[in-house]
Write a protein that binds this ligand. Structure first.
Ligand SMILES: Cc1ncc(COP(=O)(O)O)c(C=O)c1O
Length: 491
């Protein structure tokens, strides 16, 4: 049984006047064990400390401990202390441990906006393993240079001035903001100063922050359909009205959007690699979108969540690089380029918005953790970041090709898997009569992670397809994934 220290100041319910002291203490400790506040292996405060804390004789505490020991809740070890014993099942009997159903939550007195988001949002579980076919949201975590990261982190933590352990800048750690400004300038053609970069907790917080700063309840937001649900949820949380705009071979259909909703306040786009279809927005559409935004004074959020990964053709410049009126807000993230748990992303905002974004950022969680930002800064400045991204570009390109080849060989006529030329995921069109949901259910049972394309649709239906991630899966896992799909589809 692993042993754990407890917080020595244990808070207990007040004693009733007619209750014996030792019995009260025994009852309170027993409830704390049963409802899981004191877990198996936890050390109880010493009899001396408890007696001093509550102002009674030590013999009273000893009597309570003896009763708990006699009933099998704790065991005492000479000179080590008194520990809670394992008792599977106790915690289940506690009302505090019973999880309320989603239904119960949604009818409770929470805001209507959150109630409706609860009905349509499914949380991704925490990863217990990495590299599973065809998980769409993880990069190749098994290939991340953990040893290098640990060395950099150890050095930064040891050498950082004490001031880095104090309050940080709401906009982010200045050297990281400089490193990001330099990186997006060179790699994505984003011209900005370090002051215009705000460090966030991933791209998701950048979207949430933008919604808070730029949108009032009822404002209209154009969203690509199909599109990234996390963006729609962020805008809806701010009370905005999401207007789905269909996507064709050139990306978001801007002409149609202007006709149906000419006064939108904000547009959300993924022009380098449309999520989830992988389309590149054409030059004409980019110009059309920028000139409309300039005319009506709308904001454009350009989400380049995985723009580093392009496997053929020339690099595609960002929309931001074409913007001359300061309408584009650029979002990027290190969670896809390095590893998910890092939770560091960034947003580049026009100068006139910097102060509003810094203030809103400080309301959310003050600032991103400074020491993690300092580690990332060193990792970038020493060249490890650039090397890792270049290496992953080759790895992901190989994985995309392997998936396409395997699918061609084994799934022909069953599933038409697109050979992705960018990003970390691809779309696989279902060619048999099986429904997306039936295919997903069978895949789940056989240990595959696939997402139905319909889960990204807002209004405009798509042909049945699956969204498959390939970047995080090694060769064997891709082959296993394809053979599982073959087994399901050829039945
Ligand atoms: C299109 C898109 N934008 C933003 C995000 C959020 O990224 P992060 O994990 O950095 O918050 C994701 C995550 O999967 C995404 O797919």
């Amino acid at each position: 049984m692993p042993k754990r220290e407890t917080f020595q100041d244990l808070v207990l319910e007040p004693r009733k006047d007619d209750q014996e002291m030792w019995r009260w203490l025994y009852t309170e400790l027993r409830s704390a064990i049963i409802d899981g506040r004191l877990k198996s292996g936890a050390r109880l405060p010493s009899t001396r400390n408890l007696a001093a804390q509550y102002g009674f004789a030590r013999g009273t505490v000893v009597a309570a401990f003896q009763q708990l020991q006699a009933e099998g809740y704790v065991s005492s070890e000479v000179s080590a202390g008194t520990f809670v014993l394992p008792a599977p099942g106790w915690e289940m009997t506690s009302p505090a441990k019973q999880k309320p159903s989603r239904q119960a939550i949604s009818t409770a007195t929470i805001a209507k906006r959150t109630q409706s988001l609860l009905k349509t949002t499914f949380l991704k579980p925490a990863s217990h393993s990495v590299g599973k076919a065809f998980r769409s949201y993880e990069p190749a975590i098994d290939l991340f240079p953990v040893e290098q990261w640990a060395r950099t982190a150890a050095r930064v933590y040891r050498k950082a001035p004490r001031s880095l352990y104090g309050q940080g800048d709401a906009g982010g750690y200045p050297p990281l903001r400089r490193a990001i400004a330099e990186y997006v300038g060179q790699s994505r053609g984003v011209r900005c100063s370090a002051e215009q970069v705000i460090v966030t907790s991933g791209a998701q917080q950048a979207l949430d922050l933008s919604a808070r700063v730029l949108l009032d309840p009822g404002d209209e937001v154009w969203m690509e359909d199909p599109g990234y649900p996390g963006a729609a949820r962020a805008f809806q949380s701010a009370g905005a009205c999401v207007i789905p705009i269909p996507v064709d071979r050139d990306g978001m259909d801007v002409g149609r959007a202007i006709k149906s909703c000419p006064t939108a306040r904000l547009v959300y786009v993924t022009p380098a690699n449309q999520f989830p279809l992988g389309i590149v927005m054409s030059a004409e559409r980019r110009v059309e979108l920028l000139s409309w935004a300039r005319r009506v004074g709308a904001w454009i959020i350009e989400d380049e969540y995985d723009a580093e990964y392009r496997y053929s053709g020339k690099p595609i410049a960002s929309l931001h690089s074409l913007d001359r009126s300061g309408s584009v807000i650029y979002v990027g993230t290190f969670t896809k380029m390095l590893f998910n748990a890092l939770r560091i992303g960034f947003i580049v905002v026009p100068e006139r918005l910097v102060e509003a974004f810094r203030v809103a950022r400080s309301f959310m969680d003050r600032h991103a953790p400074t020491l993690d930002q300092a580690v990332l800064t060193e990792f970038i400045n020493e060249g490890h970041f650039g090397r890792h991204v270049r290496r992953m570009r080759q790895v992901y390109s190989d994985r995309s090709q392997l998936l396409a080849e395997e699918a061609n060989r084994r799934l022909s006529g069953l599933l038409d898997v697109e050979h992705a030329q960018s990003g970390m995921c691809t779309v696989a069109w279902i060619k048999t009569r099986i429904t997306e949901m039936a295919l997903k259910r069978r895949a789940d049972q056989l240990g595959l992670e696939v997402s139905p394309l319909s889960s990204f649709v807002i209004k405009y239906e798509q042909k049945p397809a699956l969204f498959l991630g390939f970047a995080g899966c090694n060769e064997n896992e891709i082959k296993r994934g394809v053979s599982v799909l073959e087994a399901i589809l050829s039945h």
